[in-house]
Design a protein around this ligand. Structure first.
Ligand code: HMG
Length: 408
């Protein structure tokens, strides 16, 4: 039984959703470089099936030194805003656990690179991989109060555990940008959501470290516990049942995690005996992109959502999706939304496939070199080595300031 401070007074119903608010567009960006986990397995003396099958990952995005959370988020946002009414954006929320500054919000650089209106709030949010969901829900509330506004939610992260660490094959890098508005062309969010918070040390990164510390197997157990707690809260508020959802998207530290999570949800909702193929079908298309990028931390769940929307052969219009967001430490949230009619014409699948299929494969020494690069901290002037990037790159450092440039 969950500990609750106050009994929920209201059961939210469809009717209460007097205005539809949700995701109008999604932009995605990942590094132009990757390492195949067969290469990593060979170097680590592991059977590559442990990675390909055991954790369900094939490729891992590796950022070059002139790429960071700002450049990745700016590239994702540039894509999300291609056909948007940019002047209506009055809030930018940047979700990350790979912050580049203890004071200044990374979103301000993105706001500047994309020349967004100055009549805009910009803020950075942190709670491990969960914070983009907090941002999305805050955007949902903000737009209910101000239906004419649009909110840009950015999730951008570089997952780092360390060369040779147990978590190494679950690294990755990338960004998702969500334009949230009262014109949700892709997914209209439901009003109800279920939460779960617990003070645990499954994964954390003290300020003095570049790499996360993790109790891997414990983190998997806590993820599943948070899912059960968030679902119980969600179910009590919404009255919706497992069978009311056609598909599910989970936070994806690695794709096997979603399989474990989905089996667990089926079990706790009395569907232990459900056909394995049906369970696999619920999540299969959501795993395709993450399998070849790795963990994008805050952006992972939303890359899973994009993967489902872009890779499902069936038309998902009108289908209700269940989404589970998890951030170590820990906070979990189960929420839901309905795919909108005509959503396919607002997706950019061809562009995404082109980018994913034209990435440059790194050898192990090249990966280790990118990984081990550290930016100078003496306040001098330095030009960053130029590598393949998207439209924006981290070009230089000067007097402890990061300087970004537009490439084309
Ligand atoms: P590990 O010790 O390297 O691997 O840790 P393992 O021995 O547990 O093996 C993994 C799976 O591969 C097992 O399957 C093995 O049987 C299988 P399972 O028992 O799980 O079904 N296996 C093989 N399969 C086929 N052929 C083979 C073979 N060998 C083994 N030859 C672990 C794995 C995921 C724990 C590690 O990579 C890790 O610590 N990763 C980082 C932590 C993590 O991702 N946790 C996930 C939950 S927490 C979370 O999602 C939050 C997070 O995103 C952070 C945030 O919120 O900011 C991480």
């Amino acid at each position: 039984m969950l500990k609750t401070k106050q009994k929920d007074k209201y059961i939210h119903t469809e009717k209460e959703n007097y205005m539809q608010v949700g995701i109008e567009s999604i932009g995605f960006y990942t590094s132009r470089y990757f390492i195949d986990l067969k290469t990593l397995a060979k170097e680590r003396g592991e059977d590559y099936n442990k990675y390909y099958t055991g954790i369900g990952q094939e490729k891992m995005a590796v950022p070059p030194p002139d790429e960071d959370i700002v450049t990745m988020a700016a590239n994702a946002a540039h894509e999300a805003l291609q056909n948007a009414e940019v002047n209506a954006i009055d809030m930018v929320m940047f979700a990350t656990e790979s912050g580049i500054d203890q004071s200044k919000a990374a979103g301000i650089y993105v706001h500047s690179l994309l020349e967004l209106p100055q009549t805009c709030r910009v803020v950075e949010l942190k709670q491990a991989c969960y914070s983009a969901t907090a941002a999305l829900q805050m955007a949902y509330g903000h737009i209910h109060l101000h239906p004419e506004s649009k909110v840009l939610v950015l999730a951008s992260d570089i997952a780092r555990y360390g060369l040779g660490a147990a978590g190494e094959p679950t690294q990755g890098a990338g960004a998702i940008a969500l334009l949230v508005s009262a014109s949700p062309k892709l997914l209209a969010l439901d009003a109800h959501a279920g939460f779960y918070t617990d003070d645990v040390m499954d994964f954390w990164r003290p300020n003095y470290r570049d790499e996360a510390l993790v109790d891997g197997k414990y983190s998997v157990r806590i993820y599943l516990k948070a899912l059960a707690g968030a679902w119980e809260h969600y179910q009590g508020k919404s009255g919706l049942k497992f069978e009311d959802f056609q598909h599910f998207c989970y936070h994806l530290p690695f794709t096997r995690m979603a399989e474990k999570a989905h089996k667990q949800l089926a079990k706790i909702t009395g569907h232990r005996d459900m056909d394995e193929n049906v369970l696999a079908e619920h999540i299969r298309d959501s795993l395709i992109y993450n399998r070849i990028t790795g963990n994008l931390y805050a952006a992972s769940l939303y890359l899973g959502l994009l993967s489902l929307l872009e890779n499902s052969e069936k038309d998902l219009s009108g289908q209700r999706l269940g989404l589970f967001s998890y951030g170590s430490g820990c906070v979990g949230e189960f929420f839901s939304g309905v795919v909108q009619n005509g959503y396919r014409s607002y997706l950019m699948k061809d562009e995404h496939l082109k980018v994913l299929n034209s990435r440059i494969e790194l050898s192990y020494p090249e990966y280790a070199k990118f990984y081990s690069y550290t930016i100078p901290t003496d306040g001098g002037t330095y030009l960053l080595p130029k590598n393949e990037t998207g439209l924006f790159r981290f070009a230089a450092l000067e007097n402890h300031k990061r300087i970004y440039e537009r490439v084309q």
